[in-house]
Ligand binder design. Sequence first.
Ligand code: SF4
Length: 327
Amino acid sequence: MKTSEELLQWYRQNHRQLPWRMDRNPYKIWISEVMLQQTTVSAVIPYFERFLEAFPTVEALAKADEERVLGLWSGLGYYSRARNLHRAAKQIAELGLFPQTYEELLKLPGLGPYTAAAVASIAFGEEVAAVDGNVIRVVTRLYDIAEDCTFKETRQLIQSKAQDLVSGQPPHEHNQAMMELGATICVPQNPFCLLCPVARFCQARSNGTAAQRPVKKKMKKQEPWVWEMLVIRRNGAVALVKEDNGTPWLKKTWVLPGRASPWTKSGNPESDFRHSITHHKIFVKLKFGPPSLLRDRQVKWVKTAQIKEVGTSSIVRKALEEASRRK
Ligand code: SF4
C-alpha cells in the first residue's frame, strides 16, 4: 500500500498548529506525548504551557521538587506518569544527553513503545512507527483488520503494517500525519471518508466495514467501591495524607484521610457524589471530624486556595468543593 504522498501532502497543508510542534525538541515532544495519553489536545495545551514555563528544559525538570511537579500535573490524573517523567528527567540529566534512539529511550522509566517511538521518530528521525489508539484505528481500517485488536497477535500485525507504511518516508512527518488523520478525519464514529486523503487505499471503506473497525472486546464492567473521606480542618486548612492513604488507585498521592473498600451489596450505596477512575466507580461519603482523629499520622495542612498546587486527584478536589458547600 502506498499511501505516502497523499498523506504527507494532506498533513503539510492541514495539520493543527500545536505548541509542541513548533520545533523538534525531544523534551517538548516527550512531555506532550505523556500528557496526551490521558486527555484531549485542547485539555493538554494549558497544562503543557504551564509545565514548560515552570520547567523549560529537562535539566530544570530533573532539579525540580517532586511536589511541584505533581502540583503542575494536578488534574491530569495518573500521577505515576508524572513521577516517572521526573525520574526519567533525572536519568537524562545524569547522562548529559537526551537518548536519541528508540532502544535507548525505551530504557527510561515510564517510556513505553509508543512514547519511545514518537520521540525517536519525531525528534530524531528514526524510521519507527509510533502506534497509539488513533493509529490503531487508521491501520485496522486501511487494511480492514477484523481480529480483536486487544490480542497480542493482532497488535503485532498492526505494528508491522504501521512499520511498512513508515518505511521510506520522512518518519517525523509520516507518524504525525497518521496520528493527525486518526484524530481529525478517521475518527471513531462516522469517519470523514469523503475528506480522507487515503480513502482510495482504504479496504474497510471499500468493504463497508469502517464502522466496525477496530474490533475490541467489551470493556470490563466498572467495579463499585465506597470511599469514606474524612474532612479535618484546622485554621482554614484541611488535612491530607499520603502514606498508607487507604486507596488502591492513588498510592503515594495526597488525599483526604479515610478508607476505600469494594461495595459487594446489591444496588448503589448512599454517597455524596460519584467519580470514576479507570475500572472503578467510586461512591464517596464525606465525614467531618476534629484534628485529634489524626493521632500521630503524618499530614499536610493545605488551604483550599492552594489545593491546586498539591499533586492530588480531581476526586479530592471534588470532595473539598462538596465539603465547602456543606460545612
Ligand atoms: S477512508 Fe475513512 S475509514 Fe478509511 S482511513 Fe480514511 S477516514 Fe478512515
